[in-house]
Ligand binder design. Sequence first.
Ligand code: 26Q
Length: 805
Amino acid sequence: MTYSKQQLKKAIQRKLRINYGITEEQATEGEIMRACALVLRDIMAEHGFETREKAAREGQRKVHYMSLEFLMGRSLMKNAFNMGLLSTLREAIDDLGFKAADVFEVEPDAGLGNGGLGRLAACYLESMTTLEIPAFGYSICYELGLFKQKIVEGQQVELPDAWKGLGDAWLLPKPQEAEEVRFGGTIRTRWDNGHLMVVHEDYTRVLAVPCDMEIAGYKTDHVNTLRLWDARSPKPIDMALFSQGQYLRSGEERAMADVISKVLYPEDNHYEGKSLRLKQQYFFVSATVQSITRKHIETYGTLKNFHEKNVIQINDTHPALVIPELMRILVDDAGLSWDEAWHITSHSVAYTNHTVLAEALEVWPQQLFEQLLPRVWQILTEIARRYQEKVEKFYDDPQKVARMAVIWDGAVRMANLCIAGGMAVNGVSALHSGILRRDVFRDAAAMEPEKFKNVTNGIDHRRWLGEINPGLDALLKETVGEGYLLHADMLSGLEKYADDKAVLKRMEDIKIANKLAFAKWAKRQQGVVLNTDGIFDVQVKRLHEYKRQLLNVLHIISLYQQLQDDHDMEMTPHTFLFGAKAAPGYAVAKRIINLINDLADQINSDPICKDKLQVVFLENYRVSMAEVLMPASEVSQQISTAGKEASGTGNMKFMMNGAVTIGTLDGANVEMYERLGDENMFLFGLKAHEVEQLRHSYDPHMLYERDPMIRRVVDQLKYGFRNGNHYEDLWQRLLFGDGCPADQYMLLADLPSYAEAEQAMITAYGDRDRWNRMSLLNVARSGIFAADRSIADYAETIWHVPYKK
Ligand code: 26Q
């Protein structure tokens, strides 16, 4: 279906009239944005209806992707791009007297996620749609997304992100499809006609109201749906309490319901055992499973073939309660036997693990379950008992039995639950999946080796290249052809231009234009003036010690000290860019943000650094910032301690946009390196197995004593900056630890080889032909990191569903 400019324009004008009672002359940019969204939403809703009808008619197997996070970012430009309407929409907006770019820019990011895991869910939903898989995403319709970050006097301040003001134009509430979720109460059993019935009494009810967001695929009429659950109280007030004069208490139930979908927890790669978080998880899981099973019964009249027609992929353990909840519905509501129900459940659910960090593993206190989810707790104990029996039959080893237990020592271990009840467990890069198999889950993997798989992450290359980098997109269309947008492996066609001077020059010009565009954007957003003659050397990701932003800082300090020793030192101009949010309760991460800002202030105001060294902390890093920054980046910093970053996906976005990576052999960097080799990537540091070997004898203080470079750099933390701030706490943490091992992420072990790799990188940058060639080969070899390849892997190895080739 195609639309002319006139048709789109008319449709937008109509929405303005009907929804806001205004003409385009009276409209704000925000109203135009919303009107455009409504027009596209109508088209998608119609296609979505047809997509679902077809799936039911043909009995297609459906994929349900459950995630507590979907980091969608903006949708207007993306949906228009996928629907083939972007240029027509631009013209229609211009015709209405607005600038299309400004209209796109007022759309708030839907920031319903923390970082990698949430963004992955968004990329996968797009790809499943383009590959015409009947798929649904499920999450919570948080009123407040991830906090907005302000930097005040060098420190992070968090502000609420009330994104729905303008951002909910994409949401279609479906109150008629609301589900009821039950908390607390007591469980009683009674006999009914020879059947043992479970009766749940005195529970608190919460309504889950779906708000659907339609997702457009590229060059297809297939439309999938992201279903976001909004929590509401079924009654506005408790009239009985109110009429007794208990006014405060009469509103309590309502308040308890509303708070469930109020805010996204801002911890990334860190588990916090808060009861509200558990409520969120069960609320989300119960509503979703009820909705899926209800629709299945509508189509097939039974749940006995549920596993043949549905697969539920869970994004980390956060939705793990899907296992006992599906059991509950099959046993209590549908009256199936335990064994039948277990067969169905354990052939429907698959689990993706995203981390090996111990502090991120979910372990909930038994007590919380007993109080909050009494029936789920009963089912869990039975799952745990039977799994333990199975393990005991396989292993005659109490230690292994203890390690593999689902419930142990008063705690529920969500990862073990997923392994016990899932049909597949996958890691997100080859290295990470290997660590799961050989280390973290070795006992379970030895018992059921077929269950353990790898699916290396991927990104939506239509968004992260086609849409955001029009210059490179145009070059690719000329060289490898437009087909690359559907078949990312066609990017390899660029390889044959690796020695074509004209193409290399084009690559360079595109990068320069993108750097200027980013500088302009940064000036407008936060008033900084970037040195666009400097190499754009970028580290953007959540702030976490294992990601080692502090290692990057230590190296910059060493460059600064070299300049202090020799003011006239020749130096390739270097612009270091950081962007990172710290979890509000993660004090060390916040100190590192403060440190980066203090270092930036000192360097940027020191005349010896002028035109040589610049450091900028970019405030409020988010999807829409990444969209301007990735195309402008020249160096991608991927420097986590080997073995700690499960995959990384930012690394892939940089590579696809022609940045060259400096990194450790961690996560998906390993697979990048296999394709790029030493000529096209700068590797440094300990390997994952070396990190583990060294751990027992690691002595950072000795490195500090023996290496004057290390000592001087680390001491700068203690002595601090001209503004009077110093970082003795971080100095202490590196050399002696603080309730944790000294330098537990081994920064000092890797600092010398990191500095060498940086030097080699600068040398390569000086040779324009060589650098442009590296950049080109990075783009050419990035096709493997398209989400389409990941989704094809899931479809073939785990879901067993067909997809468009
Ligand atoms: C858990 C319990 C309670 C509160 C919060 C959480 C929680 C929330 C978010 C735990 C973990 C996360 C996020 C993890 C995450 O983003 N992991 C990243 O996933 C990416 C996609 O697979 C990988 O590329 C990254 O390597 C990995 O760090």
